[in-house]
Design a protein. Structure first.
Length: 271
């Protein structure tokens, strides 16, 4: 008797869980297929030049990604900033450009995007031997491991409006989010095929060494020197250049371009 009650209870839990999962999936599919309302498309056309450069069929996919992103993420204004549709859309569209031709078209593992009006000051802790050193560091954005993204709106708008200067804080911080999807942020994101890892490691290691050498000789172009901080930052700034200095990267750093082209499934130099 007791065994059959337990069985019925477990069956009910499984059914409710199945219905819930079906609803979440159905909702996700609907959001991905829904175009944005015309007033939101106008915001993208006016403030996200990378969106207008996208091939038409990818623009439709991007709209679905943006729909889902806006539904899933929570935007929090800091220092009195009021979050507008414009702010949400500029951030969502730039973030989703990284996903538009990837298999997983969402950013799992975190929910919140904190937006400051301008660059903000964060406490930075480092160690000098056994001494803990605290200092203030001014930032345009940051990505917390398995936690929120923090952005300065002034830098978001500046980065989005000029799509050819290689600086885009949203592309940068969300590249970090892709990087951490395998559990560690180490400059090695989840690649499409397991067969791609060997070549990625060879090319990225060589390109990073050559980049450090160019930076030291004062001969660096295409990729921002901030990438010299680490392999993690190199991947993030290389992503900014891949989208915003795509022609220069394809010409000067074709092997790095090829790796990112395969990773993102995009060829922005031909847009
Ligand atoms: Zn970074």
């Amino acid at each position: 008797m007791q065994a059959s009650i337990i069985f019925i209870f477990l069956a009910l839990v499984a059914i409710i869980w199945g219905i819930q999962r079906y609803r979440v999936k159905a909702r996700r599919n609907r959001l991905f297929q829904e175009p944005l309302p015309p007033e939101h498309i106008t915001i993208l056309e006016n403030h996200v030049p990378l969106y207008t450069r996208l091939p038409k069929e990818l623009r439709e996919t991007l709209q679905g990604c943006v729909n889902y992103f806006l539904d899933e993420k929570v935007f929090v204004g800091c220092d009195g900033l009021e979050i507008t549709d414009e702010t949400r859309l500029i951030i969502a569209a730039n973030a989703c450009i990284l996903l538009v031709n990837r298999r997983m078209k969402r950013y799992p593992g975190f929910k919140t995007i904190l937006v400051y009006p301008n660059t903000y000051v964060a406490k930075q802790v480092s160690y000098s031997g056994l001494v803990e050193v605290h200092k203030d560091s001014t930032r345009a954005g940051e990505s917390w491991h398995r936690g929120p993204i923090v952005l300065s709106l002034t830098d978001v708008v500046r980065g989005s409006s000029n799509e050819q200067d290689g600086h885009n804080v949203v592309l940068h911080e969300f590249a970090h989010k892709l990087d951490e999807q395998n559990g560690v942020m180490d400059g090695l994101p989840v690649l499409r095929e397991s067969a791609h890892y060997k070549e990625w490691a060879e090319v990225l290691t060589r390109e990073y060494d050559e980049f450090l050498d160019r930076v030291e000789r004062g001969k660096n172009k295409v990729i921002d020197e901030y990438g010299a901080v680490s392999g993690v930052e190199f991947f993030a700034v290389a992503t900014e250049s891949f989208f915003e200095k795509s022609k220069q990267m394809k010409k000067r750093l074709p092997e790095l371009y090829q790796q990112l082209q395969t990773f993102y499934g995009l060829d922005p130099a031909n847009w």
